[in-house]
Design a protein. Structure first.
Length: 167
């Protein structure tokens, strides 16, 4: 029952070079895939944070709108000296909401831009990973066919993937 598992070995230098090439490509592939996953996660987090900021912005807009309606109602009442402090308080509140909305808008836009950067990085990593996966397959075909041309083409595909990752 204790049969030894037969592990194939590279028989000649050509097979060894291809095996090393595939191993290097696999390491690059795992690194690029990890970077893409991290970029995607960061983009999702930034998008959620931006959505929260836009929701907060909307709540400030609603409160400001309520104050505007209250001010319209108070100003339609007969003039009374005791209304002046109330009008000043509502106007100050409206100004505060306006200032807060400006800050929230800028923060939300910045978060949207950061999410876009993460999304673009993820797209680059996906494209690069595709070329690296194709290069592994092509290099594997080089071992089976014993043709150097497949090996060179596999290296070229891997190079395209690495270049796409950086640019």
């Amino acid at each position: 029952m204790s049969e030894d598992i037969e592990v194939p070995e590279a028989r000649d230098p050509f097979e060894k070079r291809i095996a090393i090439t595939i191993a290097i490509i696999a390491v690059l592939l795992s690194y690029i895939t990890m970077r893409g996953d991290n970029a995607k996660t960061d983009a999702i987090i930034k998008t959620n944070e931006a959505a929260n900021k836009w929701g907060h912005f909307q709540s400030k807009s609603i409160k400001q709108h309520d104050d505007e309606r209250a001010l319209d109602i108070i100003k339609s009442l007969p003039t009374s000296p005791d209304l002046a402090p109330r009008i000043a308080m509502i106007e100050a509140s409206m100004k505060k909401y306006d200032d807060e909305k400006g800050v929230l808008m800028n923060e939300a836009r910045a978060l949207n831009e950061e999410a876009g950067v993460g999304g673009k990085m993820n797209d680059r990593c996906d494209f690069a990973a595709l070329f690296l996966q194709i290069s592994v397959v092509i290099c594997s075909v080089a071992i089976l066919s014993r043709m150097h041309l497949f090996w060179y083409f596999g290296i070229a595909c891997a190079s395209v993937g690495v270049v796409k990752f950086f640019f």
